[in-house]
Structures are given as C-alpha cells and as structure tokens.
Design a protein around this ligand. Structure first.
Ligand SMILES: Nc1nc2c(c(=O)[nH]1)N[C@H]1C(S)=C(S)[C@@H](COP(=O)(O)OP(=O)(O)OC[C@H]3O[C@@H](n4cnc5c(=O)[nH]c(N)nc54)[C@H](O)[C@@H]3O)O[C@H]1N2
Ligand SMILES: Nc1nc2c(c(=O)[nH]1)N[C@H]1C(S)=C(S)[C@@H](COP(=O)(O)OP(=O)(O)OC[C@H]3O[C@@H](n4cnc5c(=O)[nH]c(N)nc54)[C@H](O)[C@@H]3O)O[C@H]1N2
Ligand SMILES: [Mo]
Length: 764
C-alpha cells in the first residue's frame, strides 16, 4: 500500500476505480487525525479546476484596465499552450515595463506537505530566475512574536520548535498555566507532515503525573475535560493586564527571583517602575487587572502565589499574537517567567503554544533536511505579510516596520501559488476592493475556492495524492515516501512542470531545472539531506531502500529538551543574542523606535475593539480560531468539514445568556455583522464559552452574495475581522480583536450557499 503525508498526518489512501474511498491511518500513529478523510470525494468533485481558465472580463480588456470585476465574472476554458503563453507574456510585459518589483508573489500560505512539490519553493525559485519579485515577511501565525521576541530573547525561530518537551514537564513540572489553553484540535497539524500525533497522550500523562492545569481562555474547550483544569474565563485580549497583575503580586510580596533577574535579565527596574505606578501613576494591582480582565482579584493573587511556590510552565498561545498589540502578551509573559526565575530549569519556565502544532513539546532534534534552492531575489521590496490590502490600495505609501521606514511598491501583477489570501486575510470586503487594482492576477489552484474565483488566469495543479514526493520535514522524525494514489485529475499539472514550461518560454529553462526532472530533483534532495543529516549523527537509508520501504523513522532525542538550559547554567558562556546577552525586560532598541503602540517594556493598552471599549455598538467579541475539521480553508469542500456545519453554513457558538437575549436557538441561521460586513452562520449554544464572546472557526470558503453588498452567505469570519496591524513594530495581523452583533433570521428566502460551486465557465 502506498503512503502519503499531509500537514495533518500520514495515511494509506484507498482507491477504487480511480477515486479515493478511504484514508487509512498510518500504522505508527496512535491518535490519527480525522481531517484526512476530507479527501474522500473531493478530488474530482465539481469544485475541481479541470483546465486552465481565464476570466472573461480580463480576456476582453482593452488596454491595461481589465473589464468587469474580479470575483464576479465568468471564466473561459483555455488549452495549456494558450494559457502558458498568456502567463509568460504578462510576466515579460510587466517586468519590462515596470520592473520586477511590480510582481507581488509573497504567496503566503501552507500549500501541501511534500519537500519537492512545495508551491512557494517552486514559484520563488522560478521568479528569482527571471529577476525576482516583491516578497512578504513573517507569518499570519505569530508575526508579532517573530518581531518582538528577538529583541527580548535574541531569537524566535530558533526557540519555537525547540521548546521544553512534555517529557521534561511530566518528569519535573508541577503547574501548567496555559494562556489560550492547550488546544488539542490544533495539535493535529504539523507543517510538512507528521508520523505520530503525541499531544493528547502527553497531556494525559502529565495529568497522571499530578501536574495541575490552569486554562486561561474565553473558551473552556481549550483544555481537555480530563485534565480537570481550573478555567479562568478571561475577557478576550486582556492577557497582558492579567500578566501585569500577576507580576505586581510577585513584586509586592517579594516572590520574584531577584538573583535570576540580576544575573540573566536587564531592565527590570524600568519595568518595576511601570508595575508599581511610579512611572505613570497607576499601580498594576490585582484589582486594576481584575477590572480589565473581568476576573476576581483574589484569583489573580492566588494564581501568582501558586506559580511562585512550585515548578510552573507558562504557555502562551500563538493566538495571543493575533490581536491588537499582540507583541505585549508575549513580552509580558516572558517577563513573568523571568520574575519567577524558572526559565531554563526542567519542566518549567516559558513556552509558546503547546499543542499549537504537534511539534511543540515533541522531544525531537532539529533535522536539517535540504530544501529546493531558491536562488537570489534581486528585488529588495517587501511588505509585512498582513499589509497586502494596504500595499494594493496605497502604492508608494509609507509604513513602519521594526525600526525601519519603508514604502509600498506599485504592484501590477499578483502571482499566487500555495496559499489562500481569501482565507487568511482580514476584512475580506476591503481585500476584494484592493484586489481590483492590479492589471493581472495569476493563480495556481486545484479547487475553485475564493482565490481561484478572484483570479484572471487560473492554472490547475495536482494535489499530493496525484504525484510522487519526499514526505519529510525538519519538524518531524518520520520520513515518508509519498506515492501517487491516482493519476492527475483532468488537466491538472504539477507546479514544477508549469514553471519548467514557463521558464522555457522566458528563456531561463536551464537555470530553473538545472537539467533535472521531478524524479531527479527528489533523488538530489534526498542525497543532500542524507549528507547533512550524517553530519548531525543521523543515518538515512539509501534512496532506493527508502522508496522501497515506504517510510523511515529517525530517532527521537535521548534526553528531554529544556529550553534555555545552557543560558541558565552559564549566561556568560551561552549569552542570548540580545544587545545585553540577557533577557531584555526593557529594550533600549525598541524604546529607541519611539512607537506609541510598542514601548521599551511590556505595557497594557486597550484595543480599539474589545468588551471594555467605550463604543460597543457591536457588543459581542468574536474569536475566529483554527478549525478542528480542516487546515484553514483546505478540504472545506470535503465530508469532514461538511459534517460539522449547520445546514451547510459555518457554526457560531454563543453563551446561553447571549443566545436567549437575542431569541437565538441552537440550529438557527443567524446574521453576524459589524461595520465591515455581514455573514450567515448556524448557531450553537454552549456553556463552555464566556458570556459576551462568540466563536467561529476559520476556513469556510468566502462566498460573497452578488445581490447584497458585503455579505458572505457561508460564514467566513474574516469578513468581520479587522485589517489593522498589531502595532507599528510588527505590523502583524490582529484578527482576534473584533466586535460583532448577531441577529436571528427567518429561514425562508435565505440565499443559497454557493461557496463550493464552480463559477460559470464557457467551453471553448
Ligand atoms: N480570522 C482569522 N484569520 C486567520 C487566522 C485566525 O486565527 N483567524 N489564522 C491565520 C493563520 S495562523 C494562518 S497560518 C493563515 C493560513 O492561511 P493559508 O495558509 O493561506 O490557508 P490555506 O487554506 O492552508 O491555503 C493553502 C492553499 O494552498 C492550496 N494548495 C494546496 N496544495 C497546493 C499545491 O500543491 N500547489 C498549489 N499551487 N496550491 C496548493 C490550497 O488549495 C489552499 O487554497 O490564516 C490566517 N487567518
Ligand atoms: N485543526 C487545525 N489545527 C491547526 C490549524 C488549523 O487550521 N486546523 N492551523 C495551524 C496554524 S497555521 C497555527 S498558526 C496554529 C495556531 O494555534 P493557536 O494560535 O493556538 O490557535 P487558535 O485556535 O486560533 O487559538 C487557540 C485558542 O486561543 C484562545 N484565545 C483567542 N483569543 C484569546 C485571548 O485574547 N486570550 C486568551 N487567553 N485566549 C484566547 C481561543 O479560545 C482559541 O481556541 O494552529 C495550527 N493547528
Ligand atoms: Mo498559522
């Protein structure tokens, strides 16, 4: 049986008459993810893009201004040669007339697992061969942390996947405080693939070992019921205030570790002036914090004492970064851990996002697998990833970023492969307007999602189930030989093949392919990986043995990982890469940027949209978290995602009090709205969510109603979430700072969901 790997696990796809009938879980996986079954029935469904397509209004354009509106147009089927000639022609025209910076190809997104057929690697290599492109920096996952944490701890990427392992917590921990919980639904995912899912087993082992859990979240489900966690149902977006309150108690009661602060940290005094109110007249007492977070002051005081009395692991969920001033809870959380003085000790200290993905806390070494060489991008223009709509709307406009001052390029052509901005971006109605600006939009997709529907040219690509690949990633110790389960559906081609053809048309074929086909590239990647891993002491089988065996397991770490262990033991021998070599509780660098929304130390600033806001015209706080039944928008058209919806629409969960006051019953179709737009959803009523907060998973394909401006019929929460940066420092996305109102609707006359239907297509 051939294997395949996905971001949500490894499977044996079962095939009958050329169709996937079942995804049998990998024999090594004790806790396989249900998401895999989402592939059943979708590969040749009507939502599949079957041939190259061009938008009618774009084909009929006169001069450079396209006719019609992207997202509302019909398409014309093309043959591959015509389509590739059009794409090559557009690339050549734009780079000749405007320069390569006029091509935007950040292509943010998760694409598919598979080391070689990785869409971004392919498109970036190709575009670098023809002179480069405007790129994006940082991620939607945790941009605010990516920018602030290096100022505080000297690095971010080097830490995020080398955190203190569950083994260490189980052995030596005692208290686990999860801001945003330990969401097991998220641990299903691992970028690049996963052999075995460990999160559920490890938290249960931790519980058995006597670890006490505290779930600080508006959502009780963020920790497994079996953990018996204390639930502190915090008001969303107020974690920084809570953390400051905890820090105040430690300082006030002398529970802070003065030796650690002196030997391993810098700037505590400046921060202490802020805590005590010497700097601004407001002591950050538990009473002060309690009023902001809507928790009891006694609960804050007793949590601080509890934390100071025993080995405590603080986990800060990645979601905390995706809110207004998302830099602050992360910095404040690190400072809290520094005051407790347990950083670098077994089972305790600081962690970011246990179970955000399967890797966090998984006791593995870093595996230096080779990636497709990217070449050099000759364009220096960039945007912080979430500033895409700003870039398109304000060419030449200025923006701040991490101490620098930059301007947006004038983008004429958008080329996207391997991500879905109509999934990941906020304020989608604004994005749709911005998206009308470029002269041409080219997209590689396999399904008719909103990105494909908003393109001028769509090139249909294969899925991983239709091609051979190397299923290995630096984040997991299972190497999987990905075998095609079925032949490419209809006219689909691999991204690599498409770029190889375009490279020929652009005169850079040799540079792009180096004379290798897909199979030869994979053998090459394997060989380079094998040499690299050998240097790190890992033995990989020969390429042919690996392909024959189907998979190979590399060893786990022998001893539990403990983050900052060396720094803790000897900060002079193992300094951090900060200016002081220590943990920067106060950063002169950040202070020097003189941003009003990110000071030299962590501080509380109220978001524009939160439950404590003065203007509460929209009185409910919307959290749009990661979906349990899929990865972002991927496989939303499949059976697993469909089973979790209500009458074909995405689910919104409300507290019984909020439901009752609006006459909303379980199963009702509701309209959720604010100043940015409206969406339809099916209501679920639950005690497991804090009053005043409503919850929607992301991922329902954006389904704008052509007859009602700004309405998504299917329930994509990014219609409602604001497109505002976290701060001038990181310019990260802040989807979780969002207020809405909800009203029940009569079911008669509701517009039908058309998210998974293809657009109108004229056959040639
Ligand atoms: N409101 C709100 N919004 C959010 C978040 C949130 O918490 N709340 N979370 C944010 C986060 S953390 C993230 S990471 C982003 C995720 O946003 P994305 O990563 O952009 O979302 P995906 O749906 O995974 O998009 C991947 C796309 O790649 C396509 N694809 C798959 N395989 C291939 C391939 O081989 N070739 C090509 N060409 N295409 C392929 C898929 O069909 C899909 O359209 O969303 C962000 N958006
Ligand atoms: N099944 C599945 N798993 C995934 C993904 C997916 O799409 N599907 N996406 C993956 C990706 S790309 C990423 S980046 C990670 C993201 O991982 P996370 O950022 O951890 O994911 P979320 O589910 O958005 O958030 C976790 C929880 O944080 C809580 N929360 C939100 N706002 C606040 C707040 O202000 N305060 C507190 N205390 N809690 C809050 C919410 O209740 C939410 O359930 O997940 C990964 N895992
Ligand atoms: Mo993410």
């Amino acid at each position: 049986m051939g294997l395949t790997t996905t971001h949500w696990g490894t499977y044996y796809p079962q095939v009958e008459k050329g169709r996937i009938t079942e995804m049998l879980p990998f024999s090594e996986d004790p806790d396989p993810s249900e998401i895999g079954a989402g592939f059943v029935g979708v590969l040749d469904a009507p939502s599949r893009v079957t041939a190259p397509m061009a938008r009618k209004g774009w084909l009929e354009r006169k001069g450079l201004a396209p006719a019609g509106r992207r997202g509302r147009d019909s398409f014309v089927e093309l043959d591959w040669q015509t389509a590739l000639d059009l794409v090559a022609g557009e690339l050549n025209r734009v780079r000749t007339d405007y320069g390569n910076q006029a091509i935007f190809a950040g292509c943010y997104g998760w694409a598919s697992a598979g080391r070689f057929h990785h869409a971004q690697s392919q498109i970036h290599r190709f575009l670098n061969c023809i002179g480069g492109y405007t790129k994006s920096v940082n991620t939607y996952s945790f941009a605010a942390a990516e920018v602030i944490v290096p100022h505080v701890l000297g690095d971010f990427r080097g830490f995020i996947y080398n955190q203190t392992s569950w083994e260490s917590i189980i052995r030596d921990g005692s208290l686990f405080v999860g801001f945003g919980g330990v969401p097991l639904k998220n641990g299903q995912i691992n970028q690049g693939g996963t052999g075995k899912h460990i999160q559920r087993q490890r938290v249960l082992e931790a519980r058995q070992a006597g670890i006490e859990f505290v779930n600080i979240s508006p959502l009780q489900e963020d920790m497994l019921d079996d953990l018996g966690a204390q639930w502190m149902a915090i008001r969303p977006n107020t974690d920084t205030a809570l953390i400051l309150g905890l820090c105040y108690v430690l300082l006030n009661e002398g529970l802070h570790n003065k030796e650690f602060l002196a030997s391993h940290c810098t700037g505590f005094d400046r921060f202490a002036d802020y805590l005590t109110g010497t700097a601004d007249g407001q002591p950050k007492t538990p009473q002060w914090a309690a009023a902001i977070c809507d928790l009891a002051p006694e609960a804050i005081t007793s949590l601080a004492r509890n934390m100071a009395s025993r080995p405590t692991m603080i986990s800060l969920s990645w979601s905390l970064t995706r809110q207004a001033y998302g830099e602050q809870p992360i910095w404040a959380g690190i400072v809290l851990a520094a005051m407790l003085g347990q950083i670098g000790l077994p089972g305790s200290g600081i962690g970011l996002g246990y179970s955000a993905v399967n890797r966090v806390g998984h006791n593995l070494e870093r595996l230096p697998f080779a990636a497709l060489p990217q070449g050099i991008n000759s364009v220096s223009d960039f945007i912080p990833v979430a500033r895409i709509a700003d870039m398109l709307l304000e060419p030449g406009g200025d923006f701040d970023y991490n101490g620098g001052h930059h301007s947006y390029p004038d983008v004429k052509l958008v080329y996207w492969a391997g991500g879905n901005p109509f999934h990941h971006h906020q304020d989608l109605n604004r994005l749709v307007d911005a998206w009308q600006k470029p002269e041409t939009v080219i997209v590689h997709e396999w399904c008719w999602n909103a990105l494909a529907k908003h393109a001028d040219i769509v090139l249909p690509v294969t899925t991983p189930l239709e091609r051979r690949d190397l299923g290995f990633a630096p984040l997991d110790n299972y190497m999987i030989s990905m075998e095609p389960a079925i032949a490419p559906v209809a006219g689909a081609r691999d991204d690599f093949e498409i770029f190889a053809d375009l490279a020929r048309k652009c005169g850079v074929e040799e540079r792009f392919t180096e004379g290798r086909n897909a199979e030869e590239w994979q053998a090459w990647l394997y060989d380079v990986s094998r040499q690299r891993l050998a240097k790190s002491g890992f033995e990989m089988p020969s390429y042919s043995d690996f392909r024959e065996a189907g998979w190979h397991k590399l060893p786990e770490r022998q001893t539990p990982e403990i983050l900052f262990q060396d720094f803790r033991k000897d900060p002079l021998q193992h300094p951090l890469k900060t200016p002081s070599g220590k943990i920067e509780i106060y950063s002169e660098t950040v202070a020097g940027f003189a941003y009003e929304d990110c000071l030299g130390h962590p501080f509380w600033r109220a978001p524009l949209e939160w439950l404590g806001a003065e203007d509460i015209s929209y009185p409910l706080h919307l959290i749009s978290h990661q979906p349990r039944t899929k990865l972002h928008s991927q496989l939303d058209q499949g059976p697993v995602s469909a089973a979790a919806k209500i009458k074909g629409r995405e689910v919104v969960t409300l507290n019984p009090v909020d439901a009752a006051s609006r006459q909303i019953k379980e199963g009702d179709i509701v309209r959720i709205f604010n100043q940015r737009g409206a969406i339809l959803a099916g209501a679920k009523v639950s005690h497991t969510i804090r009053q005043g907060v409503v919850l929607m998973p992301t991922g329902a394909w954006f389904d704008p109603d052509p007859d009602r401006d700004g309405l998504c019929k299917h329930g994509n929460p990014n219609v409602l979430a604001p497109d505002r940066p976290t701060s001038r420092l990181a310019q990260g996305p802040a989807a979780h700072s969002c207020l809405v109102e909800i009203a029940v609707l009569p079911e008669a006359g509701l517009p039908e969901v058309s998210a998974h239907k293809p657009p109108e297509i004229a056959k040639k």
